[in-house]
Design a protein around this ligand. Structure first.
Ligand code: SAM
Length: 219
């Protein structure tokens, strides 16, 4: 019986390793269907967003943050973008290679909080789906900084899709839904400029889709 995400998270936190539980979870759950965030399909809000901006994706460089088992990255690559996708879990990345042997996506194992130098300022789109909200709060700002660091100044854009909440709603345990103000302040303090934070509802769940640019000159 695999341990629950919360059990794994607490176990690794006690060892002083806030993010190690992701790798353990992928290792303990060899069946893709047992990964709690697995849908075997790209996120519906991502599909809608990309389809609405199709011409702006074709021929561009896209970075998928915390790509999990790869469905979002594969979808974006099929729309004509050149996609690099990374995850902190080496097991997740190995499984992307197995699931999509003929993929055009470059899959890499990397930590959003310590990105490789060649990601800096390199991407037209940096897309993060449910990764910030899966990290402990004290790492969020470093996460936003990592996302913004990879965006091409002036022309690029960061896109985040996450569970959201309003102040009256519970902070939750795992995942941790974000307030609109946390997204706004997170991106702004990381050197981004908010374009929009759009609220959506799916299955009675509040979601935020955030778009942010990176001005060349520091704010
Ligand atoms: C909740 S899952 C979401 C996966 C995928 N984005 C999705 O929406 O289906 C969070 C993913 O982010 C990865 N992750 C968490 N922290 C990370 C970090 N600091 N750097 C890179 N990947 C990270 C985890 O391994 C996991 O695959």
């Amino acid at each position: 019986m695999p341990r629950s995400p919360l059990e794994l998270k607490r176990h690794h936190e006690q060892l002083g390793d806030d993010l190690g539980w992701f790798e353990s979870l992928y290792q303990e759950r060899q069946n893709d269907a047992d990964i709690p965030w697995m849908n075997f399909a790209p996120h519906p809000l991502l599909v809608e967003f990309v389809e609405q901006n199709l011409s702006a994706f074709k021929g561009t460089r896209v970075l998928m943050v915390g790509c999990g088992l790869g469905d979002d990255a594969e979808f974006v690559a099929k729309q004509g973008a050149t996609v690099t996708a990374f995850d902190i879990s080496e097991t997740a990345i190995a499984r992307c290679h197995t699931r999509f042997p003929d993929s055009l996506v470059t899959y890499e194992s990397a930590n959003l909080l310590e990105l490789p130098e060649h990601y800096a300022n390199a991407f037209d789109w940096v897309i993060e789906i449910r990764t910030i909200q899966s990290m402990p709060k004290h790492l969020w700002q470093a996460g936003f900084k990592g996302i913004v660091s990879a965006v091409k100044p002036n022309v690029g854009q960061a896109v985040s899709i996450c569970n959201g909440r309003i102040a009256q709603e519970s902070e939750g345990v795992l995942p941790l839904p974000l307030l609109e103000s946390e997204l706004h302040d997170g991106y702004t303090q990381a050197g981004g400029k908010i374009v929009s934070i759009a609220e959506h509802f799916m299955n009675d769940r509040r979601l935020f889709l955030t778009q942010a640019t990176k001005p060349k000159t520091p704010l």
